[in-house]
Ligand binder design. Structure first.
Ligand code: GAR
Length: 192
């Protein structure tokens, strides 16, 4: 059974999809803890499943480095085999990324390398892209630059707003993330 820690910053619908997947006793991964950089609404999904949560707010630390060290300690306390950034909206410094080498993945709402960063859906619309999508990738020290694991495209309709397009992407994203975690657990995808 693959032990997974999920980090979120927002509504946590990707987390919710992973939690729902674990309702099936045959699903080969379990969520052992959920962390956030703020009091994110998505933490309620973890609470419903009686899963440990932790919040490590950067504002409480004198440096990014110190924040990341405490976040890392909170993650490692749960001894995960895999750490999933599912809408975690902070850039993680090298000490965090290196300590979790081969265990850290991120889901991002675009077809990387297109539209990295915090506003991927808005950037695709501004660029008048006809197609965008979702990418699940390994995390390195850059911003959404790690090796791509899987991608799936989503067409952009002329009347799409940032909200409608992001929701369409998230429908695809949730399924892709659940499948990806299952494939990692079953060693169909090897991260190292
Ligand atoms: C997801 O679409 C995820 O790809 C995105 O935030 C959303 C979180 O949704 N992440 C990024 O943009 C990271 N650069 P959720 O809170 O409902 O799972």
């Amino acid at each position: 059974m693959l032990s997974v820690v999920v980090l979120i910053s927002g509504s946590g619908t990707n987390l919710q999809a992973l939690l729902k997947a674990t309702d099936n006793p045959l699903f080969p991964a379990k969520i052992v803890a959920v962390g956030s950089d703020k009091d994110a609404t998505g933490l309620t999904h973890a609470e419903l499943y009686e899963i440990d949560t932790f919040v490590v707010e950067p504002e409480r630390f004198s440096s990014r480095q110190a924040w990341a060290e405490t976040l890392l300690a909170s993650v490692q306390h749960h001894q995960p085999d895999l750490v999933v950034l599912a809408g975690f909206m902070r850039i993680l410094p090298a000490n965090f990324v290196n300590a979790l080498k081969g265990k850290l993945i991120n889901t991002h709402p675009s077809l990387l390398p297109l539209y990295p960063g915090a506003h991927a859906v808005r950037d695709a619309l501004q660029d008048q892209a006809k197609v965008t999508g979702v990418t699940i990738h390994k995390v390195d020290e850059g911003v959404d630059t790690g090796e791509i694991i899987v991608q799936q495209s989503v067409p952009v309709e002329t009347n799409d707003t940032e909200a409608t397009l992001h929701e369409k992407i998230k429908v695809v994203e949730r399924e892709l993330l659940v499948q990806c975690v299952e494939d990692i657990a079953n060693k169909k995808i090897v991260l190292a």
